[in-house]
Design a protein around this ligand. Structure first.
Ligand code: EPZ
Length: 463
C-alpha cells in the first residue's frame, strides 16, 4: 500500500486543471448497459473507482475499452450477464447503479448488496422500493438482490427519506424508468449536477426525461434506446474543484482553476466568502487568494444545492485553522466524522458530540503520522498536512486514489512537497510478556530488559 510523506508549510501557487466528475462517470458507465448501440464517454477521470466499474462491466461480458486518456467505450451486447458479484460491489457502492439499466433493458439482474461503509449506514432500500414500484420482482438472498421484470411499467415513485433524496437511487431509477412501458414520476429526486448529466446522456440515447435537477423528474418510457453509439462528455468534478479551492486557502497560496463548475458550488463558495476568503471569478477562471486567517463558520452539509457532504471533511480541515469556534453537522451522513480524530493528531482542537463536530480554531497544526479512512477524509488529511509545520505521513492513500486523479502530482506541480512512497508494513507490536509475580505475591515486577540489570521500565525511585 502507498503512503504520502508531506512537508507542510509551503503555499501552493499556480493553475490547476480539473478532471471529469467521478460521481457523474460511474452512473454514466452503468448507463452503457442500457444502450444497444454502445456508449463513448469522454473526460472520464483515471480513478480506482472507474477501474472497478470497468472490471464490473467486463465481468458481465460487456466490452469496455479505454483507447486513450479520458475515453471509455462501452458495448453491452445481448450476451450481457446481469451479475454483479460481492467481490466487486464491496469495493465500490456505486456498482448498485447497474441494477436499473439491467432491469430496464434485459429484465434481470443479480447484484450483491454493497455492505458497510466508513461514512455511515448506506442502505439501498429506496433503490429497491422504486424498482418494485416499477413492477420488478425483488428478492434478497445470500447477500444478493435478485430482480426480475418481464417489462417494467411506469409508476409514481417517492424517494424522500430521513436523510434526504438518494443520488445513486435517482440515477438507478432514471435508467430503469427510461425503458419502462408508460410514464414515471420520481418525487423527491436528488438534484445534484451529476443527475442532470446522466439525464442529458440518456436523452442523447433517445430517452424522454424532463425535470432533472429539480425534485420532480418526469420520464416517458421508450421501447429501446439508441441502436447507434452515443457520445457523451462527462462534466467537471465539482468536489475536486472545492478541494483545490480549500488547498489554496489553507496553504495561503494563490490558485487559478479554469472551467470550475461555479453554479454547482454556490453554497460552498458563499460559506467561504462568509469566512473572509478572497475568491473571485474572471473570464471563467476561479481565482483563490489565500493569506489572512479566516473566520470560523458553522454549517450543515446538505443534499444539493446545499453545502456538499463530500466537502465537509475538507472544510473541517480549513476551519481547524480559522479564528473562533465552528460547529459542523452532516444531514446526509450524520456520522461522517472519522477524519476528526486524525485531524486532532495534527493538532486540531475538534470534539464530536453526537452528530455535531465542534471545531476550535488553532493557530497552527503540526505534522504527525495519520491514517486515511475514506476518500474525502483522506483529502482533508492531505490539506491539513500541507498547512502543518513539519512532516506528515498519511497511510492508506488508496482511499484518495479512488476519487482524485494524480492528486499528489497536481499538488507537487503547485509547489507542495509530497512524496508517494511504499508504506512500510505496520510494525507488529512487540509482545510484552505479562508481569511475573514473585512467590510472596508482591506487586508484579515489570519485565526485565534483555540487556539490563534493571527492570525494563525502572525509574531511579524504587518500585
Ligand atoms: C452519492 O452516494 C455519492 N456517490 C457520494 O459521494 C455522496 O456522498 C452521496 O451521494 C451524497 O451526496 C456517488 O455518486 C457515486 P445517497 P449515494 O444514496 O448515492 C440514505 C464520494 O465521496 N439512503 O445519496 O450512495 C443514505 O444512507 C461519495 O464521492 C437511504 O436511506 O448516497 C444517506 O444517508 C461518498 N436509502 C443518504 O440517503 C437508500 O436507498 C444519501 O445517500 C439510499 C440512500
Amino acid at each position: 500500500m502507498d503512503m504520502f510523506r508531506i512537508q507542510g508549510g509551503r503555499p501552493l501557487n499556480g493553475l490547476v486543471r480539473l478532471d471529469g466528475s467521478k460521481n457523474a462517470s460511474l452512473p454514466a458507465m452503468a448507463a452503457g448497459l442500457a444502450i444497444p448501440g454502445g456508449l463513448i464517454l469522454r473526460n472520464v477521470p483515471a480513478l480506482l473507482d472507474v477501474e472497478t466499474m470497468s472490471q464490473l462491466l467486463t465481468s458481465m461480458h460487456v466490452e469496455v475499452q479505454q483507447p486513450r486518456g479520458g475515453e471509455v467505450h462501452i458495448v453491452a451486447g445481448r450476451h450481457t450477464n446481469g451479475v454483479a458479484t460481492y467481490e466487486l460491489v464491496r469495493q465500490m457502492r456505486a456498482s448498485v447503479c447497474v441494477l436499473g439499466p439491467l432491469l430496464g433493458r434485459f429484465g434481470r439482474a443479480t447484484v450483491s448488496l454493497p455492505g458497510g461503509c466508513n461514512i455511515g449506514h448506506r442502505p439501498i432500500d429506496l433503490h429497491l422500493q422504486g424498482l418494485a414500484a416499477l413492477g420488478a420482482d425483488i428478492r434478497l438472498s445470500g447477500g444478493y438482490v435478485t430482480a426480475r421484470a418481464r417489462r417494467l411499467r411506469g409508476a409514481e415513485i417517492d424517494l424522500g427519506g430521513p436523510f434526504g433524496p438518494t443520488v445513486t437511487g435517482t440515477c438507478n431509477l432514471m435508467m430503469a424508468a427510461v425503458l419502462a412501458h408508460g410514464n414515471t414520476r420520481i418525487r423527491n429526486a436528488a438534484r445534484e449536477p451529476e443527475i442532470v448529466d446522466l439525464a442529458a446522456l440518456l436523452t442523447k440515447a433517445g430517452g424522454r426525461i424532463s425535470g432533472a435537477g429539480t425534485s420532480v423528474i418526469e420520464i416517458e418510457g421508450v421501447e429501446s434506446l439508441s441502436d447507434s453509439a452515443v457520445d457523451h462528455t462527462v462534466i467537471p468534478d465539482r468536489i475536486e474543484a472545492g478541494t483545490f479551492v480549500i488547498a489554496g486557502l489553507i496553504t495561503t497560496g494563490q490558485l487559478l482553476i479554469p472551467d470550475a463548475p461555479l453554479e454547482s458550488l454556490t453554497a460552498f463558495l458563499e460559506l467561504l466568502q462568509h469566512m473572509g476568503a478572497d475568491i473571485s471569478c474572471e473570464a471563467g477562471i476561479l481565482r483563490v487568494r489565500g493569506g489572512k486567517r479566516l473566520r470560523s463558520a458553522s454549517f450543515t452539509a446538505q443534499p444539493f444545492p446545499g453545502i456538499p457532504t463530500d466537502l465537509q471533511a475538507q472544510l473541517m480541515a480549513l476551519l481547524a485553522l480559522s479564528e473562533g469556534v465552528s460547529e459542523i453537522t452532516d444531514a446526509v451522513f450524520p456520522d461522517r466524522f472519522m477524519h476528526a480524530a486524525e485531524l486532532v493528531r495534527l493538532g486540531a482542537d475538534i470534539r464530536v458530540f453526537g452528530n455535531t463536530a465542534r471545531v476550535q480554531g488553532v493557530r497552527e497544526l503540526h505534522g504527525a503520522p495519520v491514517m486515511a479512512c475514506d476518500l474525502r477524509a483522506s483529502a482533508a488529511l492531505v490539506l491539513a498536512a500541507l498547512a502543518a509545520n513539519g512532516e506528515t505521513e498519511i497511510r492508506r492513500v488508496y482511499h484518495l486514489d479512488r476519487g482524485y486523479q494524480g492528486f499528489d502530482v497536481k499538488l507537487s506541480r503547485l509547489g507542495a512537497i509530497v512524496e508517494r512512497i511504499q508504506d512500510t508494513p505496520e510494525p507488529s507490536r512487540p509482545l510484552i510478556p505479562p508481569p511475573h509475580f514473585d512467590v510472596d505475591r508482591k506487586s508484579p515486577q515489570p519485565p526485565v530488559a534483555a540487556n539490563s540489570e534493571k527492570p525494563a521500565n525502572s525509574t531511579e525511585s524504587t518500585l
